[in-house]
Design a protein around this ligand. Structure first.
Ligand code: NDP
Length: 479
């Protein structure tokens, strides 16, 4: 059985205690590799080397940092096919989607390599009395913890700005999807990233992740994952006054007004509902439809979604792949049962799917559309994070906002309308960190990314990320 290894001080190492975890291919429901079950001793070793490496990396010229991060981007691009197949097998996502995510992973490095060269800080002149300038210095050794849904895409989204800002990093991918993080280690070695600057330690969240969060010498944690894990991390980190960025769950509304471009709204809604099996934090899982077009939109949506091919992620025709793990598969199915108990009417799907042949033991769920639920029931307010959407009619803009804002989450939202005034008013009234108008998942990496309410604290992207990964120090000079 292939073994994934930790990447510590530039070397590929087994876990110190030689304990291993099973790594599953969800499309087949079978173990296909082993991953290190690392613990605090592996973190301690990574930290020792990272602290040493920091003494050099923080003083490395911006030009040098740019060059090596850019080389990593080039190597990710050069290995796009290999990485995409690995991601698809490890996560269950269609391979065409994984290819796009590998492009974005390279972009993350390229974008922040450039940011390192452009990052500047402020100066404040006190009219002949004094002058202030702000130093933005790297924090030290920081921790990056990422989830299983967009494995390499989100992993690199954290690592790249942390390194670009001059920090050394200990990073932990999700234990459920470790493969492309492992392959990234090899790429970093080939790119010539100095030893100890990036360390990737694999293992369980509550064990090795917890060791990172609770270690007093890991100065900041950038975390993306579930809201309950985020709360746990915040409780441990707060007494140490550790810098924290928390990107958490969502229950995003997708609001369809009668005056929208129907075909565009429909086409994009199919994607925003079921792309990556609905396992994207930005997916629109609650579709709010103005009552005058409710029946027409509902019927058209059912017709489109019924044609989506579910199955082998490596088949180029597949639109919806496998659910990432057995545990998550069971969680999603339990929410479909809950929806039935809450009075939901299953319009499409609602069941698991059994594939033939080699994929017979894989975890598949039919794209599911549910109506007739109260807007504030559990199915409509808790994150399901699978190929399940609910549809909800509304009559007025105010009612749409009430429904949209009724959950504890506030990550993203989409608004479909051709009325400019309405679009701006609803965008301003909606409680989410990101609003898309007549589009979805259109990303400019310079924009602030993050959620409000229980969807997180802090922002990623652009200068926000560079600021998070640096400490501002004001220097005041009396004239
Ligand atoms: P989890 O919170 O379960 O895990 C996220 C990461 O944290 C994993 O690497 C996990 O390791 C680790 N972890 C778990 N427990 C601890 C702990 N006690 N201390 C430190 N680390 C820990 O989330 P999922 O992986 O299930 O990801 C899905 C969630 O992520 C959804 O809620 C989704 O909305 C959210 N998400 C948010 C995004 C955003 O930008 N706001 C983007 C993408 C996803 P392990 O896997 O080994 O348990």
């Amino acid at each position: 059985m292939d073994k994934i290894l930790n990447y510590i001080n530039g070397e590929m190492l087994p876990p110190k205690k030689d304990q291993w975890l099973d790594n599953y291919n969800p499309s087949k429901g079978e173990v296909y590799s082993l991953i290190p079950d690392s613990d605090e001793t592996d973190i301690e070793e990574a930290l020792t080397h990272a602290e040493l490496a920091f003494e050099t990396w923080r003083l490395t010229s911006l030009e040098e940092r740019f060059k090596v991060l850019n080389r990593i981007a080039e190597l990710i691009d050069a290995n796009n096919d290999m990485l995409a197949v690995a991601e698809s097998m490890d996560q269950g996502k269609p391979v065409w989607l994984a290819k796009n995510e590998m492009i974005r992973s390279a972009q993350n490095f390229r974008f922040f390599a450039t940011a390192a060269m452009q990052f500047a800080s402020e100066s404040h002149n006190m009219e002949g009395h004094a002058i202030n300038y702000t130093l933005r210095q790297p924090i030290g050794v920081v921790g990056c913890i990422s989830p299983w849904n967009l494995p390499l895409y989100l992993f690199t989204w954290k690592i790249a700005p942390a390194l670009a800002a001059g920090n050394c990093v200990i990073a932990k991918p999700s234990e459920i999807t470790p493969m492309t993080a492992f392959l990234l280690s090899e790429i970093c070695r080939e790119a010539g990233l100095p030893k100890g600057v990036l360390n990737i330690v694999h293992g369980l969240g509550p064990k090795v992740g917890n060791a990172m969060v609770s270690h007093p010498r890991i100065k900041a944690i950038s975390f993306t994952g579930g809201t309950s894990t985020g709360k746990h991390i915040a409780a441990i980190a707060a007494p140490m006054f550790k810098k924290l960025s928390l990107e958490l769950g969502g229950k995003n509304p997708n609001i369809i007004f009668a005056d929208c471009d129907f075909d565009k709204a429909l086409k994009t809604t199919v994607q925003s509902s079921f792309m990556n099996q609905g396992e994207i934090c930005l997916c629109g899982s609650r579709i709010l439809i103005e009552r005058s077009i409710y029946n027409k939109f509902r019927d058209a949506l059912i017709k489109e979604v019924a044609q989506m091919k579910v199955g082998d992620p490596l088949d180029k025709e597949t639109k919806v792949g496998a659910i990432v793990s057995k545990m998550h598969f069971e969680k999603v199915l339990s929410y479909i049962e809950l929806a039935k108990q809450e009075g939901g009417n299953i319009l499409l799907g609602g069941t698991s799917l059994q594939m033939q042949g080699a994929h017979g033991a894989g975890w598949y769920i039919a794209p599911t559309i549910i109506e007739n639920l109260a807007y504030d029931c559990r199915t409509n307010t808790e994150e399901i994070f699978g190929p399940v959407v609910t549809i909800i009619p509304f009559d007025t803009d105010a009612e749409a906002l009430t429904i949209a804002n009724c959950t504890e989450y506030g990550l993203a939202s989409s608004i479909w309308t051709n009325n400019l005034t309405r679009a701006h008013k609803v965008a301003a009234g909606i409680q989410s960190g990101i609003v898309w108008i007549n589009c979805w998942l259109l990303r400019d990496l310079r924009t602030p990314f993050g959620g409000v309410k229980q969807s997180g604290v802090g922002r990623e992207g652009g200068w926000e990320a560079m600021k998070f990964f640096t400490e501002a120090k004001n220097v005041c000079i009396k004239l």
